[in-house]
Ligand binder design. Structure first.
Ligand code: ADP
Ligand code: MG
Length: 481
């Protein structure tokens, strides 16, 4: 990387320091006074206060700016307003020239710095006339389906969602900067961080939003190095109101990219811009990531997303089937929700397969198809449940003491609970009739057969019993997670 660190050369030679300096100070103070009436205080503070007058001679006011980026930005954004002010204060034949802070490093000036001194990243292209800020075509890179409206809220994502919503409504203006969302794959991180961008753009809370994965960021950075366009690259990202970087765990071990990102991060942060990040683990567990970067990531809010609970899985399936304009019976929704527990992407996958298979076979969506699909997605429908698990759950449901189910109790509600439990043991555990009987107080296998037959008959004859059976199945599968 050494060949990229050539420092900037500043050629300005300042003569008669004291005189030209004082005059420059005075003129610039007048310019500032005028500028302050024409600009928002945020803009004025961020972009004009850090400028230092250096000299005034031969109709040239020389100003010092803290970085190349700073220079490019002012030329790009404020050249006409600056021209106006210059004409008024200095006259039309006078010119304003900029020089970059003489050590040539892209550092942040004191007035801008909120925290400790920043890493010094050298400006890579020595010829700043080549640099055209924002020459990379700007596209936010957001999927417009990833909105808050389409996002199901639940206990597992409550904090993350609330923080994301607050940030979307007030980018850069909350305590949640940066906002870091972490969690396992398929739990909605990308959806949520993109929802921030979509919302802020739609409501006009931000004008420039960019979503990028850390992988793309890295690739672009490497490409920029090769093409000698690192400034352009940096300027592009530093011109955003909201920078969203997905899956920052891919920054692990990429030192040079981390440096650049650190600097981009600081610049945006100091300008009061919003940074949103996602990761598959909490920042402090990111290995191969610079300590400085980790501590920056932890300076805002870190919120996790947990796997969805059953209630939420049902809600998600319902919402998605509405979106697809499908009517899926409640028992099928519940069946999928009970069996597909690990992530939301899989839940979606089930719905997609359900639609595909039913349209392929030209059949309505049925439990039969749902079973086929769930088997494809999660493999075998879960069975590692013990007979004792089932006994416990059934007793809880019927509200009877657990030992009754194994004892010689012939009360009607105990008998029916025992029969359900035996039926479910046969259905779920793959145990033999003999084994099941033994677990129920040493009963004979014919008792188990009788129980199974009774439940089958009841379920067929009355929906009420079928519902109880399904509820018990759902409760059991939930334990199997
Ligand atoms: P991650 O980035 O955490 O791997 P994604 O954001 O890509 O996960 O989510 C996977 C899929 O699940 C996406 O299609 C997303 O829209 C959907 N999804 C995730 N969470 C929710 C939610 N809470 N409500 C609705 N859809 C969700
Ligand atoms: Mg993702």
């Amino acid at each position: 990387m050494e060949q990229f660190t050539e420092p900037n050369k500043i050629n300005e030679v300042v003569e008669s320091p004291s005189v030209v300096e004082n005059e420059a100070k005075e003129l610039w103070a007048r310019c500032l006074a005028l500028l302050s009436t024409k600009l928002s205080s945020q803009t004025f503070k961020s972009w004009f206060e850090p400028i230092k007058p250096v000299s005034y001679s031969s109709n040239q006011l020389i100003l010092q700016v803290p970085s190349n980026f700073f220079h490019e930005w002012i030329e790009d954004q404020y050249s006409s307003i600056l021209d106006e002010v210059k004409n008024e204060v200095l006259g039309v034949d006078c010119a304003i020239k900029f020089k970059v802070n003489s050590d040539g490093f892209d550092i942040i000036t004191e007035s801008n710095v909120k925290t400790e001194p920043e890493i010094k990243v050298q400006n890579i292209s020595p010829n700043r006339d080549d640099i055209k800020i924002l020459s990379k075509p700007y596209k936010p890179g957001l999927n417009d389906k990833n909105t808050f409206e389409n996002f199901v809220n639940g206990e597992s994502n409550q904090l993350a969602r609330a923080a994301a919503y607050a940030v979307a409504n007030n980018p850069g203006g909350t305590q949640f900067n940066p906002l870091v969302i972490y969690g396992d794959v398929g739990l909605g991180k990308t959806h949520l961080i993109q929802a921030i961008g979509n919302h802020a753009l739609k409501t006009g809370k931000a004008k420039r939003v960019i979503y990028v994965t850390s992988e793309i960021f890295t690739l672009e950075f490497v490409d920029a190095i090769q093409k000698d366009k690192v400034n352009e690259f940096s300027n592009f990202y530093r011109s955003m109101d909201i920078l969203i970087v997905d899956d920052i765990q891919f920054f692990e071990g990429k030192d040079k990219t981390q440096d650049n990102f650190f600097h981009t991060f600081n610049t945006l942060y100091q300008l009061g811009k919003q940074i949103v990040l996602s990761s598959d683990k909490p920042p402090k567990e990111l290995k191969g990531l610079n300590e400085r970067l980790i501590s920056r990531f932890q300076s805002g809010l870190t919120a996790d997303i947990q796997p969805p609970d059953l209630e939420m899985r049902v809600a998600i399936l319902k919402k998605k089937s509405q979106q697809y304009k499908l009517e899926i019976p409640q028992d099928i929704i519940e069946f999928i929700a009970v069996n597909v527990t690990s992530n939301i992407r899989q839940l979606e996958g089930c719905l997609h397969s359900l639609i595909a298979i039913s349209s392929l076979k030209n059949l309505p969506i049925s439990m039969e198809i749902a079973k086929e699909v769930v088997r494809q997605v999660v493999g075998e429908i879960k069975t590692h449940i013990t007979i004792e698990d089932i006994q416990r759950i059934v007793c809880q449901y019927f509200d009877i003491p657990e030992n009754y189910i194994r004892a010689k109790n012939r009360k009607q509600e105990v008998v029916i609970a025992r029969q359900y439990a035996m039926y479910l043991c046969k259905e779920i555990t793959n145990s033999s009739l003999k084994t099941i009987g033994l677990h129920f107080g040493g009963r004979d296998h014919s008792t188990v057969i009788h129980a199974i037959q009774t439940i089958e008959d009841l379920v067929k004859s009355d929906q009420k019993y079928a519902d109880i059976l399904q509820t018990l199945r759902n409760k059991i599968k939930l334990v199997a997670k």
